[in-house]
Design a binder for this molecule. Structure first.
Ligand code: UFG
Length: 340
């Protein structure tokens, strides 16, 4: 089977490309490199010994589908999209245009080409403020979301459901990611955020490597184990394997799955785990809570465990070890190698 990975050069896309190639799939990557690097794809080729056809295009642009006219594929994993929560509040129109038009163009293209298998990168953010924990797939979706990024994921889920109702052969999995962290254990591919990292683990990694002075911990007054925010961190290799499992188990209709571990960790627990894995101190200071943050999110992953035969197997300590291997051997992300 040949799988088109939109956004396949990004953090989750590149790790998924690697897992699919190792399982005997062929992959094609489409990416506009607006927040990713061709070097990531080269390194996946190096790690797997396979060649990855690469198409540079913005899927959200009018007529984007034309660039795929000579390319055959049997299934699509749709990662492409903008993902910075804070930026989405500043630039809502750009976020909606990019994240919705890319999906609309893709659905048109799939219908034209008779491709009926789709795996979509959704997010636990579609659940909004948790009404209960752990959150299962029955939790209300798209109620009171606090940012356009989250709304764009919820809207995309609805768009895919409507498209499937009109085209019954379409089989789609909506994968609701919790908090992806870590890197491939080789340290050759990993998360390479542009500018100041928004997310906890890459920020901690940059503090540990000496690129940033200290971590700002956003609030210690939450009703959690130590007052700091609790999240369900999932190793990116477990997440990548979740995509392969979803592809293997696609059935007609649209099915949502949580991809998470089922275990929550606080910010300070992540700090301590990273210090232990890296042997480096991670200085921090407690600052005001970040607008829009919730106290705690934790997945109930049982549906994916049972229906996809998938579960997380890697610990937070392993995620910290692998994130450190990536950060310490690539202190400037993929850029160092490009300019070397
Ligand atoms: N945090 C800090 N300091 C930082 C960064 C984060 O204390 O510099 C804290 C946050 O307050 C939160 C935890 O670390 O308690 C995790 O924050 P992240 O920014 O890493 O992750 P979020 O849970 O806020 O967001 C993630 C994804 C979003 C997605 C959301 C869905 O980044 O794309 O999960 O739940 F929408």
């Amino acid at each position: 089977m040949r799988v088109l990975l939109t956004g396949g050069a990004g953090y989750i896309g590149s790790h998924t490309a690697l897992v699919l190639l190792e399982r005997g799939y062929r992959v094609v990557v489409l990416d506009d490199f607006s927040n990713s690097s061709v070097e990531a794809v080269r390194r996946v080729e190096e790690l797997t010994g396979e060649t990855i056809p690469l198409i540079e295009a913005d899927l959200a642009a009018p007529g984007a589908a034309a660039v795929l006219s000579g390319v055959d594929f049997d299934a699509v994993i749709h990662f492409a999209g903008l993902k910075a929560v804070g930026e989405s509040v500043q630039q809502p129109v750009r976020y909606y245009r990019t994240n919705l038009d890319s999906t609309l163009n893709l659905l048109d293209l799939m219908a034209e080409r008779g491709v009926a298998k789709l795996v979509f990168s959704s997010s636990a953010t579609v659940y909004g403020d948790p009404r209960y924990l752990p959150q299962d797939e029955q939790h209300p979706v798209g109620v009171g979301l606090t940012n356009p990024y989250g709304w764009s994921k919820a809207m995309n889920e609805q768009i895919i459901r409507d498209a499937q109702a009109a085209r019954p052969e379409l089989a789609a999995a909506l994968l609701r990611y919790f908090n992806p962290v870590g890197a491939h254990p080789s340290g050759r591919i990993g998360e390479d955020p542009a500018g100041i990292p928004n997310n906890l683990m890459p920020y901690i990694a940059q503090v540990a490597v000496g690129a940033r002075e200290r971590l700002s911990v956003f609030g210690d007054g939450y009703p959690t184990v130590d007052g700091t925010g609790v999240r369900d961190y999932i190793h990116v290799m477990d997440l990548a394997e979740g995509h392969a499992a979803a592809l293997e188990h696609l059935t007609s209709g649209v099915t949502a799955y949580n991809l998470g571990s089922g275990t929550g960790s606080s910010v300070l627990e992540v700090v301590r785990a990273f210090e232990a894995a890296s042997g480096r101190p991670v200085p921090y200071e407690i600052v005001a809570p970040r607008a829009g943050d919730v106290a705690e999110t934790v997945a109930d992953p049982r549906k994916a465990n049972e229906e996809l035969g998938w579960r997380t197997t890697r610990t937070l300590a392993e995620a910290c070890r692998d994130s450190w291997a990536w950060q310490s051997s690539n202190p400037h992300g993929y850029r160092a190698e490009r300019t070397a």
